[in-house]
Design a protein. Structure first.
Length: 302
């Protein structure tokens, strides 16, 4: 009787062990999710070799894979979290999406990517339609709204450009260039208070960035806001006294103001920093002409 009880106990222990092992294996296999979809262009044509990157910020883990010949992709996910997913292909607008991926259930994501050829070729009407199609399928795509805004701006439609930039800003409040883009529209429309506000928001994001002030000065220069441009360029040089492009632009601004001496000083400083720059010969020629003009003015004053 004792032997029977001992055998029974061993059998129960063995069965518990095997069932626990089987259950563990079953759970391990069950705790995965399927992530799949198709990537196409705005005409619905599948895009092969699209680079897909999934970043898991929680674990600081990155997964990279590509679409197949039919534009399809498939990945097994073993951890439920929110992934930042980017789709990249040369010649196409990159797409970035945030997606909460689950296990036990399929996770489907179909993506439309816009061909940038229309935009690069200056065919902004066609580019607008391409970006609209992307937004239709990816309404949270910052880049699509930003490029759409730029296309509207280049097509002299500042109202729609402003609306597009505002939507882009809602998606990503930390992107400096969207505030610069908004400011360009406001300056073009003569809405200087709104332009100043947009520039201020850009500066808050990058308060010590000389290039931001350089860009701001360039926008003001383009629309003949000379004093505002000079102030922005001077701030840029305070932050980075070796930023050669600012000296060039400041020289051009003083030239617009008919201030020969200050224009010369900035052009000469540019040449000191960038003697081999492609535009250096043009600047040297401008310097020589300005020096002759200065000498004539000095003789006239005497």
């Amino acid at each position: 009787m004792r032997n029977i009880c001992l055998f029974k106990n061993k059998l129960i222990i063995f069965l518990v062990f095997m069932l626990t092992l089987f259950l563990s294996v079953k759970i391990a296999f069950a705790q995965t999710g399927k992530f799949y979809g198709t990537v196409t262009d705005e005409a619905g044509i599948p895009l092969p070799e699209v680079k897909i990157t999934m970043f898991d910020a929680e674990r600081n883990k990155k997964i990279t894979f590509r679409t197949d010949k039919k534009g399809k992709f498939f990945m097994t996910i073993d951890y439920p979290t929110t992934y930042q997913i980017t789709f990249e292909l040369k010649g196409y607008l990159p797409i970035s999406k945030s997606m909460k991926v689950r296990i036990f259930k399929p996770n489907v994501l179909n993506v439309t990517m816009a061909n940038l050829n229309h935009f690069k070729e200056g065919n902004y009407k066609a580019a607008i339609e391409s970006f609209k199609q992307v937004i239709k399928n990816s309404p949270d795509c910052f880049d699509a709204f930003h490029y759409l805004g730029i296309s509207y701006f280049m097509n002299d439609d500042t109202d729609n450009a402003i609306n597009s930039f505002k939507k882009a800003k809602e998606i990503n409040l930390e992107n400096v260039m969207v505030y610069i883009s908004l400011a360009k529209c406001y300056v073009k429309n003569g809405l200087m208070d709104k332009a100043e506000e947009a520039f201020s928001q850009a500066i808050k994001l990058r308060p010590d960035n000389a290039e931001i002030y350089n860009i701001i000065g360039t926008v003001y220069y383009k629309y003949d806001k000379i004093e505002e441009a000079i102030a922005a360029f001077q701030k840029s040089l305070q932050l980075d006294p070796l930023l050669s492009s600012t000296y060039y632009r400041l020289g051009c601004t003083y030239l617009k103001k008919r201030d020969v001496e200050k224009s010369l000083a900035n052009f000469e400083r540019f040449l000191e920093l960038e003697p081999n720059d492609p535009i250096a010969p043009w600047i040297k020629d401008a310097v020589e002409k300005l020096k002759k003009l200065r000498n004539k003015e000095n003789k006239y004053r005497k």
